[in-house]
Design a protein around this ligand. Structure first.
Ligand code: PGA
Length: 258
């Protein structure tokens, strides 16, 4: 199974020129790693129409989408609109949306179901919640997993990309600290166990990633664990060389194992 590296640009960069420059900086190099690694870039919505021409080796993701199909919802973007711009992934349940915008498990659940219905791959973030601490992480992830995948048909559960991303590990959070590789791997195993309870052996066909301050200096900590299928990368994905080193390290580890 290919490793998956996802760039979450958040509200960056500020201009389309910078966004295009970043895309172009990876586009050609990615052919060298495409046999073992898939790369998804999630830019701000406004850049999607200009970046969809680059979709080939690089896949496009959105950072959010509406929980309803269409209608009067100021400021929201629909799944159908995303499909129009060749978006194939969508980040759902990110900590920042939970903490600053009050997004709840039940809203995330509606979005997950709608994304699957429209054949968008949900990138479901688990582990984000105000005040959550390390000791409670397993139970928090168990609760979020159950609530966010409620009424999702079992046959669709492996189509979701799960990301263990504890709030405190996000580089821009106050007093942030990256998770250790060991703990990230344990939590990834835990998510696989939750999946196994629902779909048995098919759990192995789902991807489970880690996110939180992954960069070129610490990527080895995560890439060396075979159960960590990739990374969700924020700040480091805005630096062309930093992100490329992350991709290369996951590629190197995959080659090593194949
Ligand atoms: P970070 O962000 O890599 O800057 O910690 C990750 C994320 O918020 O998805």
């Amino acid at each position: 199974m290919k490793r998956l590296i996802i760039a979450n640009w958040k509200m960056n960069p500020q201009t389309l020129e910078e966004a295009k420059k970043l895309m172009v900086s990876w586009q050609h190099r990615l052919h060298f790693v495409a046999d073992h690694v898939e790369v998804v870039i999630c830019p701000p919505f406004v850049f999607l129409p200009s970046l969809h021409h680059h979709v080939a080796v690089i896949k496009l993701g959105a950072q959010n989408m509406s929980w309803i199909e269409e209608g009067a919802l100021t400021g929201e973007v629909s799944a159908i609109q995303l499909k129009h711009w060749k978006v194939s992934y969508v980040i759902l349940g990110h900590s920042e949306r939970r903490l600053y915008l009050g997004e709840t498990d039940s809203i995330v659940n509606e979005k997950v179901k709608l994304a699957l219905y429209h054949k968008l791959t949900p990138i479901l973030c688990l582990g984000g919640e105000q005040g959550a601490d390390r000791d409670q992480m397993q139970s928090l992830v168990t609760k979020q997993f159950a609530a966010c995948t409620k009424d999702v048909e079992d046959k669709n559960l492996h189509k979701i990309v799960y990301v263990y991303e504890p709030t405190w590990a996000i580089s821009t959070m106050n007093k942030s600290r990256p998770e250790t590789g060991e703990h990230a791997a344990e939590m990834v195993d835990h998510i696989y166990t939750l999946l196994e309870h629902r779909i048995g052996k098919a759990a192995k066909t789902a991807k489970v990633l880690y996110g939180g301050t992954v960069n070129k200096l610490n990527v080895h900590e995560y890439a060396k664990f075979p159960q960590i299928d990739g990374a969700l990368v924020g700040a480091a994905s805005l630096d062309s060389e930093n992100f490329w080193q992350i991709i290369k390290e996951f590629h190197r580890e995959s080659l090593h194992r194949s």
